[in-house]
Design a binder for this molecule. Structure first.
Ligand code: PMP
Length: 388
């Protein structure tokens, strides 16, 4: 590259996402089945689409306030109270963002100073490490283990904390492991967060896909509520990935600071999509419930089938991913995925795309039709005959 020396060196040395890399290869091949991408396969429910269309028809095509439409912020705060028993003030404690993605970026850029450390339980969603580095901070990985059902244990958290620790990222239900933290699990880590005065950045984008029991938000622990920043969005719960609407909830002083970045870089989330989000948050509970039933059926099926064909697979408690161990093949995860793509035309994501802790695993998304899932299982079974 001719400008290598001149550009920002953090960007120069940043690895492109390990997910996209695979799908770029898959896109060049014919007849590939992919269980790689983390987006629901349902078309957005019609009444939500209609709300976006209606907004455009009515000429609601202008900027909104930087924080987003107040009706939407009210809906979001009501929802957090109603579903997770956490109270926020829609006037001061909420920003509507361009997906959870923007939210992760502006929260971390607000919190991190050069040289800070951010604890990242891994395997983790690919964006966190890159954004922490872009924010000038250092990633401190903590390994989530299958034997702990991919939960963050108090021992692991304590061991990772140093005087430089600024925050810990929490993503439960988690991508890619499907790990979930219960109230009792959080009870053990909340005192550690409080004692060390660090921030909890909790990405709850898969909250509605919690299969056993109810999602617990760590923000419901009063003793650390002020140090907790919630990230969530509409992409997964309502199958609205393309609308790009997410949000941040937190203490008004932090929200005020985070808003500065949003104001200068984004202005506001797209207006017609904010109207669609209003429809979703006030009237989308039934849609969530319907998709939930489908995802749960697919989860149960795929876990049973993967174990049957020989890939040991932990039963994920949330999200729409399974994370089977490929130990029986003796292959490294990238090699496994390359061969699988080459020989069976099946695209999965190597576990190490989510951090070194993911080596020895692959991520399979079951946000696909049962037909595709069944075909993929057939291909995997055929593949394993050769490699076990
Ligand atoms: N957080 C997690 C854990 C995710 O898996 C994703 C999407 N894969 C996002 C955030 C970003 O979602 P969006 O920007 O579509 O809201």
């Amino acid at each position: 590259m001719i400008f290598d020396e001149e550009i920002n060196q953090t960007i120069r040395y940043m690895k492109p996402s390990g997910i996209r890399k695979f799908f770029d290869i898959a896109a060049t091949k014919k007849g590939v089945i992919s269980l790689g991408v983390g987006e629901p396969d349902f078309i957005t429910p019609w009444h939500i689409r209609e709300a976006a269309i209606h907004a455009i028809e009515k000429g609601r095509t202008f900027y909104t306030g930087n924080k987003g439409l107040i009706q939407l912020r009210r809906g979001i705060c009501d929802y957090y109270k109603r579903r997770f028993n956490v109270a926020y003030d829609p006037e001061t404690d909420c920003i509507v963002t361009v997906g959870g993605s923007e939210a992760i970026d502006i929260v971390l850029r607000t919190l991190c100073k050069q040289g800070d450390e951010v604890i990242l339980p891994t395997p983790a969603y690919v964006a966190y490490a890159a954004i922490i580095e872009m924010a000038g901070a250092k990633v401190v990985e903590v390994e989530l283990k299958e034997e702990d059902q991919f939960k963050l244990t108090p021992e692991a958290l304590k061991a990772a904390i140093s005087p430089k620790t600024k925050a810990v990222i929490l993503n439960f239900p988690g991508n890619p492991t499907g790990g979930v933290m219960t109230y009792e699990d959080y009870e053990k880590i909340v005192p550690i967060i409080k004692e060390h005065n660090i921030f909890a950045v909790t990405d709850e984008i898969y909250a509605e896909l919690t299969y056993e029991g109810k999602h617990v938000s760590i923000a419901s622990f009063d003793e650390i509520k002020d140090r907790t920043i919630v990230i969530n969005g509409f992409s997964k719960a309502y199958s609205m990935t393309g609308y790009r609407v997410g949000y941040i909830l937190g203490h008004k002083d932090l929200i005020g600071m985070i808003l500065k970045i949003h104001q200068y870089t984004i202005m506001c989330a797209t207006t017609p999509c904010q109207y669609a989000a209003i429809e979703a948050i006030y009237d989308g509970d039934e849609d969530i419930a319907n998709m939930f039933v489908s995802f749960k059926q697919r989860r149960n099926y795929i876990v049973k089938e993967l174990n049957r064909i020989g890939l040991t697979t932990h039963m994920p408690q949330g999200a729409f991913y399974v994370f089977p161990s490929i130990a029986i093949t003796g292959l490294k995860c990238e090699e496994f995925c390359e061969k699988l793509l080459e020989e069976e035309n099946l695209a999965l994501v190597p576990g190490n795309a989510f951090g070194q802790a993911g080596e020895g695993y692959v991520r399979i998304s079951y946000a696909y039709s049962m037909e595709q899932i069944k075909e993929a299982i057939g291909k995997l079974e055929h593949f394993l005959k050769q490699y076990r």
